[in-house]
Design a protein around this ligand. Structure first.
Ligand SMILES: C[S@@+](CC[C@H](N)C(=O)[O-])C[C@H]1O[C@@H](n2cnc3c(N)ncnc32)[C@H](O)[C@@H]1O
Length: 355
């Protein structure tokens, strides 16, 4: 049994069941035992692999996107704020790919928002010497007052969600409690909200999700873009049209893992509500583009051409890896369709690349 499991059980025994969000927060970010605190979860040896780790093309194209935005919007000072930068691979590839754009790096301030001390160390090591102005921010409350491009790849899925179930007795919140044996289990708590349809009590057991945390982050991004200008890309797996199912999942060693088993040893995520993000941005009078499928977005930015150029210069034994990396990022049955890209910009007249 893990120390975190003991701690969670003791907390529930003392104060009652946790919301799913509270459970996620403890499992992922408990300062001592949280999943993200002491490990590198990425890559073949870890628990999951992300787009920048699959192919350099991903970070390079986001670099091209950012430089194109900077040029189209008239140049000048720009902060790039990456949320949840993992190992720092995306930023390394972005900076390398844009080094030749005249004046771009001189205008840049590179800011990383990272919760994991271990990943922060890896980012520092990887990005050392790659740009003269790189800094880490504890959160979005400390953004400099400068035009900003936000980049968030697989960041929002790591933010805690709350879950509700429509039952014939009314709406209930799904909580994490203890069963008769003292093990973690899901329970339902009355919310005093009756659901009525056609004059009858209604409840189809559907699970509805919401993420107040994601909303808070999006609201902060929106306020910053409204006040100082800029743009952003949110790239993640997620849905439009509302959540209709349980999307909470745990992953360990590249396979699904029971959500309540050994908290702190598996990654916990939920699908991202793109409609909510779009709504928050629109309410701030920002222009929203997409979401579009990641495959379409990357192809529109020239992923195929970039891969062919890399293959032409690669050693024979590297060619297959480049082609398969492109395939994983863009094919509809790989990450091409499940992953979506949402663009946001303060300037309604500007057509962001890739949409
Ligand atoms: C799934 S990883 C994605 C990493 C990277 N973007 C990539 O594509 O390889 C999630 C990242 O978000 C970070 N993270 C999770 N919750 C966070 C939070 N509340 N604030 C800042 N970073 C967070 C993790 O430590 C990790 O770097």
């Amino acid at each position: 049994m893990t120390a975190l499991l003991d701690l969670i059980k003791a907390r529930i025994a003392q104060s009652g069941p946790l919301t799913v969000a509270e459970y996620m927060e403890l499992a992922l970010a408990h300062p001592e035992h949280g999943y993200y605190m002491h490990r590198d979860p990425l890559g073949q040896e870890g628990d999951f692999t992300t787009s920048p780790e699959i192919s350099q093309i991903f970070g390079e194209l986001l670099g091209a996107w950012t430089a194109a935005y900077w040029q189209m919007s008239g140049g000048g000072d720009l902060a790039i704020v990456e949320l949840g930068p993992g190992r720092g691979t995306l930023m390394r590839d972005l900076l390398r790919a844009t080094a030749h754009v005249p004046g771009f790096h001189d205008s840049l301030l590179v800011l990383l928002v990272e919760t994991s001390p271990q990943l922060k160390r890896m980012q520092r090591a990887l990005l050392m010497g790659k740009h003269s102005r790189i800094a880490w921010l504890p959160d979005l409350e400390h953004l400099p007052e400068v035009r900003t491009v936000f980049l968030a790849n697989e960041f929002f899925d790591a933010l805690p969600i709350r879950q509700y179930v429509k039952t014939p007795e009314g709406l209930k919140e799904r909580l994490v409690g203890l069963d008769d044996q003292g093990e973690l289990c899901f329970t339902l708590q009355e919310m005093g909200i009756k659901l009525v349809k056609g004059g009858h009590h209604y409840g189809d057991k559907e699970i509805v999700e919401s993420s107040p945390y994601a909303r808070t982050v999006a609201t902060r991004m929106a306020a910053h873009l409204r006040a100082h200008g800029g743009a952003g890309l949110v790239i993640d797996y997620g849905y439009t049209g509302g959540s209709h199912a349980n999307t909470l999942q745990a992953v360990r060693k590249h396979a699904f893992f029971p959500v309540l088993k050994d908290p702190g040893t598996a990654d916990l995520t939920a699908h991202v509500d793109f409609d909510m993000l779009a709504q928050v941005f629109r309410e701030a009078r920002l222009d929203v583009q997409g979401p579009v499928a990641q495959g379409d977005f990357l192809m529109a930015l020239g992923a195929q051409i970039r891969a062919e150029a890399l293959i032409e210069r690669a050693r024979p034994e590297q060619r297959e890896a480049i082609a398969s990396g492109l395939h994983r990022l863009t094919a509809p049955n790989e990450m091409g369709e499940l992953f979506k890209v949402l663009g946001v910009c303060d300037d309604h007249a500007l057509a962001l690349a890739g949409f």
